[in-house]
Write a protein that binds this ligand. Structure first.
Ligand SMILES: Cc1ncc(COP(=O)(O)O)c(C=O)c1O
Length: 364
């Protein structure tokens, strides 16, 4: 059987349906890391209204959404570009700055390397230190800065869920100015962290001219099918990215949903409820999995990197669970990881319980 990650990602219920003989809608999908609370109700309300506007082109200047984001982040509009997902923002960076070499720290989100190669860059990979949850040591970061034109750092990193000390990344950002490297902090999952403000680079971004933060709205607000993300950086960098963007690449429904959720009067409650759920359930799941002999890493995010007990492989476990209609992300193809490694998203208690019971039934 070919890999169900043939497109390089989790969440591919269509390939899984072919592989495991379960219909794509029937899967309990732990392979994509989406907020288990689902989108805030205001999203569906606004989408219903916005359907009428599909006869019009979307605003090519993304004005309402950008104003809402600027107010929420307390960052001026010329420092923001809105994209068709965080993935488009990564592509815009590569198009705008045409790095010849890109640095990544493995294991990490596969698009850093895939996109870089698609846009003609060579990729240099440093494998993070396993005993530090695969975070890069300071010297490794500095070496990547010296050797490459652009470095991607997952913060928190996918698939490990670990974050760096902000000071370590700030030292890297200062180094980036000396070596003329662009440092890209991918904060696609940072909203899930209760300590976001202490960890994120956003509050210190204005100090660094070569630092770019990329964020996603698709995970935290559970709208991956709509596609919405953004980048924040010095206005000159942002202007160069916007100059490469295909007009109307962000569709009108996504813009309307984004504006609605950012200005929602229940916004703070949704954020709090999500964070509380994730922290509680992550503890619960780690404990439950440890009882089944499964090692997990101390993730701060809404997913867990796990290692199956030998002789089980992640692929074997994925197949056994797949036939039961449960999808996990096999991570054996990530540089730096092993055949036993897989990733699961954190959901609500009922669903986490179903996962744990199914894993137990398969392993024992
Ligand atoms: C670390 C990381 N960054 C970015 C993305 C892409 O996010 P988006 O859906 O906003 O394009 C993903 C998607 O899985 C991801 O895991």
């Amino acid at each position: 059987m070919s890999s169900i990650e043939q497109f390089g990602h989790g969440g591919d219920v269509w390939t899984a349906a072919d592989a495991f003989g379960v219909s794509s809608e029937a899967f309990l999908d732990f392979s994509a890391n989406i907020n288990p609370l689902g989108p805030p109700p205001v999203v569906a309300e606004r989408l219903q209204q916005a359907v009428e506007s599909i006869v019009n082109y979307p605003d090519p200047g993304h004005r309402e959404m950008k104003a809402a984001l600027s107010a929420k982040l307390q960052v001026s509009e010329e420092r923001i570009v809105i994209g068709n997902g965080a993935a488009e923002c990564m592509a815009l960076l590569l198009l705008a700055f045409q790095p010849r070499t890109v640095g990544v720290i493995a294991p990490c989100f596969s698009e850093y390397e895939t996109l870089s190669r698609q846009f003609g860059a060579d990729v240099i990979t440093a494998v993070g230190q396993e005993e530090e949850g695969f975070l890069a040591a300071e010297e490794q970061l500095h070496q990547l800065m010296e050797e490459t034109d652009l470095v991607f750092i997952g913060h928190p990193n996918n698939p490990t869920g670990l974050v760096y000390d902000r000071e370590r990344l700030e030292r890297a950002a200062r180094m980036a100015e000396k070596t003329n490297t662009l440092l890209v902090a991918d904060e696609a999952f940072i909203d899930f962290l209760p300590q976001e403000e202490k960890v994120s680079l956003l509050p210190v971004l204005h100090r660094y001219e070569r630092l770019i933060i990329i964020r996603s709205l698709t995970k935290f607000y559970a709208i991956p099918g709509l596609r919405l993300g953004y980048a924040v950086a010095h206005s000159e960098l942002i202007a160069r990215m916007i100059a490469k963007q295909v007009t109307w690449s962000v569709n009108g429904l996504a813009l309307a949903a984004g504006e609605a959720l950012l200005t929602d009067k229940h916004y703070d409650d949704y954020v709090r409820a999500t964070r509380e759920l994730i922290v509680t359930e992550r503890f619960w799941l780690r404990d439950r999995l440890a009882g089944l002999g499964i090692k997990t890493w101390p993730s701060e995010a809404n997913f867990l990197l796990c290692r199956a007990p030998a002789p089980w492989t992640a692929k074997g476990l994925q197949e056994a669970l797949g036939r039961k209609g449960i999808l996990i992300r096999n991570c054996d193809m990530y540089t730096g990881l092993t055949a036993g490694d897989f990733r699961i998203a954190i959901k609500n208690r009922t669903l986490n319980e179903r996962l744990a019971i199914s894993v137990q039934a398969v392993l024992h």
